[in-house]
Design a binder for this molecule. Structure first.
Ligand code: SAM
Length: 295
């Protein structure tokens, strides 16, 4: 426990899928003026250097954000775009960087902080004893700091206590490290409890695609939970390579409960481009499925 540091994975293909989806969900929910509460149950350190520290050791950003930026620049110079949602996501990344160079990658807390309107609140959970100090320090620098609460608590246990939010408009990003295989079980329990208290909330769950049984069966178990509560869902996966035996993460997924109708359209546009930009070899592919619950 507590060996996971997100800086090793900052700007990876998994971060790209997760953050692109998360931005779309938050911006959609902000189309109405009512206050939005966003809960990031697994926050990490908030923002990461890509040129020193853990990220410079792992170099995961090389096959992630750096590759995507290069692809976007090439598209632009040949007069084509990368599409609105990828462009929008890249704008959030670029906003933390100088015009000349990308050296910083914003984690979910910084991306979410940047899109807060004055009426919105952001609640961040982090348990790692070092990450929580870095997160608090980083959040303190933000001009939106007064709208952000940081909790050094177990979010799986605490989530239900925050639901429903006072305005009954909420987005919950659930992004565990799955370092402890019990996380799969805790996640399911937390989702059951969350839907009992706040059935209409929008829940976005990230997961790694690994050979481990708990990971392979997670989407089906989440579909069952959504069905028990008569909720719609969207399930997407992005695989950037298929190299059996290699230990690096090659694919990840997002499972969204109560997705806005616009999300599928957005991902239909973005996913083929992400496969083209980030794919390594013929094993690169995406999956996109959804189910609309009848009221
Ligand atoms: N959401 C972040 C982002 O996209 O930038 C990355 C988060 S990282 C995948 C998961 C984080 O959750 C780690 O920093 C870990 O220490 C923290 N964590 C693990 N279990 C937790 C728990 N039960 N409650 C809150 N945080 C937890």
């Amino acid at each position: 426990m507590f060996s996971y540091r997100h800086a090793f994975h900052a700007g990876s293909h998994a971060d790209i899928l997760k953050h692109l989806t998360m931005i779309h969900l938050a911006e959609y929910l902000q189309e109405k003026p009512g206050a939005l509460t966003i809960v990031d149950t697994h926050a990490g350190a908030g923002i990461y250097s890509l040129i020193d520290g853990f990220a410079a050791v792992s170099k995961e950003a090389d096959s992630g954000i750096f590759r995507l930026i290069k692809f976007a620049d090439e598209c632009q110079s040949s007069g084509k775009g990368v599409g609105e949602s990828i462009q929008n996501y890249l704008d959030y990344v670029r906003a933390e960087n100088s015009e000349e160079q990308i050296t910083i990658y914003p984690g979910s807390p910084f991306i979410l902080a940047r899109l807060l309107r004055p009426q919105d609140r952001l609640k961040l959970f982090e348990l790692h004893p070092k990450e929580i100090d870095i997160l608090r320090h980083n959040v303190h620098q933000l001009k939106q700091a007064k709208q952000i609460d940081v909790y050094a608590e177990d979010s799986f246990a605490r989530l239900k206590g925050l639901l429903p939010p006072p305005s009954r408009r909420g987005l919950v990003l659930i992004d565990p490290s799955y370092e402890d295989k019990q996380d799969y079980r805790y996640l399911e329990t937390a989702m059951e409890e969350a839907l009992q208290r706040f059935a209409t909330g929008c829940y976005a769950i990230w997961y790694p695609i690994l050979s481990r049984r708990e990971s392979a069966s997670l989407p089906d178990r989440l579909k069952k939970i959504a069905a028990n509560h008569k909720r719609s869902w969207l399930h997407t996966e992005l695989r950037v390579e298929n190299a059996p035996g290699e230990r690096r993460l090659q694919a990840s997924g997002m499972f969204v409960i109560n997705p806005p109708w616009t999300l599928e359209k957005n991902l239909v546009e973005a996913l083929p481009t992400l496969v083209k930009a980030l794919g390594q070899g013929s094993g690169a592919e995406y999956l996109l499925k959804s189910f609309e619950a009848k009221p």
